[in-house]
Design a protein around this ligand. Structure first.
Ligand code: GDP
Ligand code: ZN
Length: 462
């Protein structure tokens, strides 16, 4: 049977921050019926909606008990998917969880596709498109801060902002419409053009400031690609270990790639760093690491941020100078390590080679300077380079970013049209296109709606 959009679906949906409890979620018309087949306890068809019921999961074929569970019954329409939803909370570990899912699938539900619960929430009108996407991001969120961005978006901050923009465009279009209706006034044409120009500039500026947040948002989701470099023995492995151990690193196997590709994420003061080439730092003994500088150069290409270590207890070497030169155009922090030992480095020379880059003094073995390093990283990320933005909304989704770019282009066309003295009704077309593109972000761009709204405003205006 082909997957349909209203059959009953099920999946393990254990929340982020997995603990001892797992949840099997079932959604659809038959959700209660399916659960009842494998559940011993109250009659789920009769319990009140939004209740949690104690009982046991029992295999009806063998009468064998699988797990002790709490079953939540939530009837449509006040549920996540707006369908009947059952959630089976079990605590018997992976084996029991899988066994229960199998039972659910044998007694009338089918396996949900990835994101299918959310898709249903969208199709049933529970979430708008950007909110649905925020849920997807939430599932992938890797740090607290990116979690917050996803949650804000879920709250509809981005949707609200986009809707305000669209409303403003609609107001202009309606006003232009009214003006065109009264061609007997000479000044009208000029007024209309002036209004269009002002509004287009204002809206374009707001879109551009949203676009500025895109880079930051992407980093929050994907991690700031960070290279730890420096000559052999300077303390790279020590720094890596210190970051990994002190800041609760998240080590993930990247899905769909070979097993030995490992990305390491570490959360430094709210900034997720994706550490590059850590295998190289981990596994080398220092004999192999004679090629350290070459390796460092390679890691540089992909890096958003460079942490360059210099040994404070030695004079600067040619390798140090080469690395300082090779990274001078990068966002970098220079870490002057081993400050617990007598200083031999020429600080004046180092500072002049460092240019505008911050130099942070550390003694990694003594855990000194790590706080300053963390502050420097978050300061570079949150305060420098990226402007603070309206309402803390960040655009993190590639589709949204693409649409915002197109909307921005449409407004450039509006402004060019006005400058070239194009007739107002032609300029209007580009303005309308901008409105439609923005609507695709929230999923409510329909020509009919434009006409309806224009019509209602037009009448109000008269
Ligand atoms: P790598 O070759 O750059 O990875 O350097 P390692 O992290 O392996 O460190 C080389 C040696 O320097 C090790 O013996 C570390 O214990 C030592 N080391 C690292 N950081 C410091 C520090 O801040 N002070 C001192 N005295 N020794 C350090
Ligand atoms: Zn090492």
């Amino acid at each position: 049977m082909a997957n349909s959009e209203n059959d009953t679906i099920a999946a393990i949906s254990t929340p982020v921050g997995e603990g001892g409890i797992s949840i099997i979620r079932i959604s659809g018309d038959d959700a209660v019926k399916v659960a009842q087949r494998i559940y011993k306890g109250k009659d789920l068809a009769k319990v009140a909606t939004h209740t949690i019921n104690y009982g046991h999961i029992v295999d009806p074929d063998t009468d064998q008990e699988v797990d002790e569970v709490m079953v939540s019954v939530m009837r449509a329409p006040h549920t996540y998917t707006r369908e009947d939803v059952i959630e089976i909370n079990c605590h018997g570990g992976l084996l029991a969880t899988n066994r229960i899912l199998q039972l659910v699938l044998s007694f009338g539900a089918r396996m949900a596709e990835p994101g299918e619960f959310t898709k249903r929430a969208f199709l049933n009108g529970r979430l708008d498109l950007s909110q649905s996407e925020a849920v997807m991001d939430l599932i992938r969120a890797k740090t607290d801060k990116s979690m917050k961005v996803a949650l804000n978006q879920l709250d509809g901050d981005l949707s609200r902002l986009i809707r305000n923009l669209r409303q403003d465009i609609l107001d202009v279009l309606a006003q232009v419409e009214v003006n065109i209706d009264y061609p007997e006034y000479d000044a009208v044409e000029e007024m209309t053009t002036k209004l269009l120009k002002e509004k287009a500039e204002d809206i374009q500026q707001r879109i551009q400031s949203l676009l500025k947040t895109a880079k930051q948002g992407k980093v929050l989701r994907d991690g700031l690609a960070t290279a730890i470099i420096g000559q052999p023995n300077v303390g790279k492995s020590s720094l890596l270990n210190s970051l990994l151990h002190e800041d609760k690193a998240i080590v993930t196997n990247v899905a769909g790639t070979t097993r030995d590709v490992i990305e390491e994420y570490v959360n430094v003061n709210g900034v997720p760093l994706k550490l590059i080439d850590t295998a190289g730092i981990r596994d080398t003994n220092d004999q192999v690491e004679k090629i350290g500088v070459e390796r460092s150069r390679k890691a540089l290409g992909a890096a958003d941020l460079v942490l360059l270590l210099i040994d404070s207890s030695n004079e600067l070497t040619d390798e140090d100078r080469q690395l300082l030169e090779a990274t001078k155009d990068k966002q970098r922090i220079i870490i002057l390590n081993k400050t617990d030992l007598p200083r031999r480095v020429d600080l004046e020379e180092l500072k002049s080679l460092a240019g505008k880059s911050a130099v942070i003094e550390t003694s990694i073995v003594n855990h000194e300077g790590m706080d300053q390093l963390g502050e420097q990283i978050s300061n570079m990320f949150f305060n420098e380079g990226i402007e603070s933005n309206q309402n803390n909304v960040m655009v993190t989704n590639a589709r949204h970013i693409g649409l915002l770019h197109q909307a921005n282009d449409a407004l450039s066309d509006v402004l060019k049209g006005i400058n070239d003295g194009m007739p107002v009704d032609l300029v209007q077309i580009d303005m309308t296109r901008c409105w439609e593109l923005l609507g695709e972000i929230t999923g409510d761009s329909y020509q009919d709606e434009l006409l309806d709204q224009l019509f209602s405003q037009f009448c109000l205006g008269k």
